[in-house]
Design a protein around this ligand. Structure first.
Ligand code: FMN
Length: 302
């Protein structure tokens, strides 16, 4: 199977700062990419990714994401999957029974209803400048978390966010830098109780920035949410479709965070560029049963 030519060209363009439009989050990284490219071409790496009739890294066959995409289509693979053992359904909620638990104030949603939805969607932007001297209130944090994936139907535990099979594979870990009444550190949102569980106290700005490819605003925003996925929650039922679904759901949750922050007049930015292992280590998760998927900063705009 041969990829269309346009895909080849888009994939193969080197990361030159000359040809690539300046973007706030590449900053110095563009220079490093360019230097990396020069060194790589010096040792012949470019020949692997230069268009040619022979196999190259740009071939669809070499893109493990596309291989997965194809393999996870309904059909033959699915039929085989039904006779495989995909394990048991794990608990719907993760808990930290030994952690300090902090009640979040009831979200005052009347304050979130202006501007209206259409205006909120039209105003949504990614913000990377935050006011470094102010703190968020606990109520603001509570509102954002409730709108992100809070429970909206108590009889079925359905939430603000859609979820395949209502299996809710996602967890949110707020890394708090400046929130009134909270010591800085890593927290876990206990959705059922609408509480925070203190997983790790301390100033985590530097390890977070380091894990986030030196994007400094990760430490400047008042809070950075880490969205993780517990794959087995979805996998026991949806088998090889799981990875697709969990990522789709992370997108839904991310958009909820974007719109909640915008409606509250806060800055927000989704971040997909991070080193997985250090971020998973920061959360004390193994990166396999549970893995960090998405970062979202929230805070007062600078
Ligand atoms: C999946 C995803 C990953 C992203 N990763 C980053 C990132 O690592 N750093 C960053 O500053 N912005 C990141 N962004 C934000 C985009 O750069 C931003 O959405 C885009 O420039 C359009 O701007 P807007 O959101 O203001 O409309 C990401 C957005 C998405 C959806």
């Amino acid at each position: 199977m041969h990829p269309p030519q346009i895909l080849k060209h888009r994939t193969l363009r080197p990361l030159s700062p000359i040809h690539r439009p300046a973007h706030p989050w590449v900053k110095n990284d563009a220079i490093y990419c360019w230097q990396f490219w020069r060194i790589a071409t010096g040792i012949g790496f470019d020949r692997l990714v230069t268009p040619s009739d022979s196999a190259s890294l740009a071939d669809v066959e070499n893109d493990v994401g596309l291989l997965y995409h194809r393999w996870s289509q309904p059909g033959y693979g699915e039929a085989i999957a039904t006779i495989l053992n995909w394990g048991q359904q794990p608990p719907l909620y993760k808990t930290y029974p030994d952690a300090l638990q902090i009640d979040l104030p009831a979200p005052n949603l009347a304050a979130v209803t202006t501007p209206d939805l259409a205006t909120t969607i039209l105003q949504r932007r990614s913000h990377r400048n935050y006011n470094g001297s102010t703190a968020l209130s606990l109520l603001q944090l509570s509102q954002v978390l409730h709108l992100a994936q809070g429970i909206t139907d108590d009889s079925r535990d359905f939430r603000t966010v859609p979820s395949s099979g209502a299996l809710y594979p996602l967890e949110i870990y707020p890394i708090v830098h400046r929130v009134e009444g909270l010591e800085p550190g890593l927290y876990h949102h206990a959705i059922q109780q609408h509480q925070l569980e203190l997983v790790k106290a301390g100033d985590l700005r530097q390890p977070l920035i380091k894990a986030g490819l030196s994007q400094d605003f990760l430490g400047e925003a008042q809070v950075c949410f880490v969205v993780s996925g517990i794959f087995q929650r979805t996998r026991w039922k949806y088998h090889e479709r799981t990875y697709r679904y969990v990522l789709m759901e992370a997108g839904h949750l991310g958009q909820n965070l974007y719109l909640a922050a915008t409606a509250l007049n806060l800055g927000v930015c989704g971040i997909g560029a991070f080193f997985d292992d250090p971020l998973n280590q920061l959360l004390d998760i193994d990166g396999e049963t549970e893995a960090a998927l998405y970062l979202v900063t929230i805070g007062e705009r600078g």
